[in-house]
Design a protein around this ligand. Structure first.
Ligand code: MG
Length: 107
């Protein structure tokens, strides 16, 4: 997924950076509320993905739930006091995946 944080969003002629909107939501609603919202959106994506019979059936409904989850996971990362710890874990997981794929390619 592309990093959409720098994307400018036009609201009635006023431009807001996506990251600023997400931080605004955290300030406005509070972290505890947004964690609950993240749980809700994750559940909606699970239901939507499980509902599809065809894995290639990317309907607007599925994309809506995927977008909701991306917006919420970005807010979860913003809540971290040490985001670099999360980034290191994500990098380690990507390395493990690449190592596994590289091993499969060798067989
Ligand atoms: Mg949703």
């Amino acid at each position: 997924m592309s990093d959409f944080g720098k994307q400018l969003i036009d609201v009635d002629g006023t431009l807001f950076e996506a990251n600023a909107i997400l931080r605004w939501a955290l300030t406005e609603f509070g972290e505890a509320h947004q964690v609950g919202k993240a749980i809700e959106e994750l559940a909606e994506l699970i239901v939507e993905l499980a509902r599809r019979g065809d894995p290639a059936d990317w309907t607007d409904a599925t994309l809506e739930e995927l977008a909701d989850v991306e917006i919420m996971t970005k807010q979860l990362r913003m809540m971290l006091s040490e985001p670099e710890r999360y980034d290191a874990i994500r990098t380690r997981k990507l390395e493990r995946l690449a190592r596994m794929l590289h091993g499969r390619a060798q067989v």
